[in-house]
Design a protein around this ligand. Sequence first.
Ligand code: GUN
Length: 503
Amino acid sequence: MGDWFEVRDYDAAGRIGELTVPRADVTVETPALLPVVNPHVRTVEPARMESEFGAEILITNGYILYGSEDARESALSDGLHDLYDFSGAIMTDSGSFQLSEYGEIDVDTREILDFQRDIGSDIGTPVDIPTPPDVSREQAADELATTQERLELAAEVETGEMLVNAPVQGSTYPDLRERAARDAYGTDLDVFPVGAMVPLLNDYRFADVVDMVAAAKRGLGADAPVHLFGAGHPMMFALAVAMGCDLFDSAAYALYARDDRYLTVRGTEHLEDLEYFPCECPICASHTPDELESCGDADRERLLAEHNLHVTFGEIRRIKQAIRQGNLLELVEARARGHPTMLDGYRALGDHAEQLEATDPATKDAFFYLSGESAARPEVLRHHQRLERLDADGEILLTEGDTNEAYDESWRVVPPFGPFPRDLSEVYPLNAEVPERLDERAYARAADGVARLAEANPDVDFTLGHTGWPARALDRVPADVDTYELGVDDAFGDPEDDADETA
Ligand code: GUN
């Protein structure tokens, strides 16, 4: 792997990065969306994707071009960039998706990589095997071995300046995905798509998507650009970015438009069900749903595809802004409310808090507690880990600097974090904005924090002053910690107010 990818900023495991694509002589800012251009059906012209939608990179199918004599000849003679009138980066796929759909294709890795290089592709793809979800472990492992052989072959092919994808397979076995990723990363290849996600995405199995991406990420280095192959619906981009995906391709904008379906960041609508367009894009601002309904088929398809692309690019910009501001997880949490399966995906993300914590910035503007799921955020986990870090004097290394703290009774115990010294009340993330009516998961997490503090400090007597905690949360507090109930002001009052009162 060359030095093609640099991370500029993190939030959770999401990042803003720069992917240098040497053959196109461009740098693509990630997270990036690659609109899928079907060589035979150009619903929106690639040149417009660049000038009107801001596309820096697109993806097209090398195998479809190879399979049609006319397309093959013009791609070979003109080159992809002239054929599509697109000066950004162009990624090509190999036919593997067709392999997964139709059972066979008639090219091999060397042949299709040579072709991709010869038509001027900037990022090519070998013929990986997209093993579907839920197959036997034996099948998943056998097919993975074949994929890995092809990646190793691809690393031997003379591809010049073209970067090469190393797809990560392994069906729904996290350990196989992790191993696949480690082996792919160990080749000389450049970009790491997580493959065979389409069946999971089509079935709205977002928790499985998160688990498979998390597994792949464990096997890859931090400098590996990660593509989520076939992930085109904008409602799940924030979730996938938070788990560490950098590139997405979208055929959805065109496929959905063909069926009169309208994308939103909360899900999909049928045009016939809309009386109003809930969107500010140029198409929605200048048409009503009725007007679109009464257009001719071709115009309606194109206009819907344009709206779908606007929403898709808009969500990518929103995600990048959220990473810069450190509120990506708040955006994921909002998206999780769009569909119950998205909530499953967000809860699965919470299961990987330790992975997210590794790259989550130590300080951000604000932590907004928005639901019980916020209690599983990496910031809470980090606080709990710190409650266990003691120095030689038995003081707790709560902050990165040298402000070690010994426990005393003035400590506050605030859901979802648990115990912390009063004078850290204004320090991120303990200065979180928390609603007055908390749910039980916040108390349970705080109780876990008390338990961790007590376990790490067996010689210290703890007392837990709390404000009407639910019994089930108190049950999680070790028996040797004294618990008593406080008035609300005692526990949550602004420390400065306390100072005024005592002054
Ligand atoms: N497009 C969607 N999924 C896949 C995949 O697993 N492999 C390849 N090569 N292309 C894809």
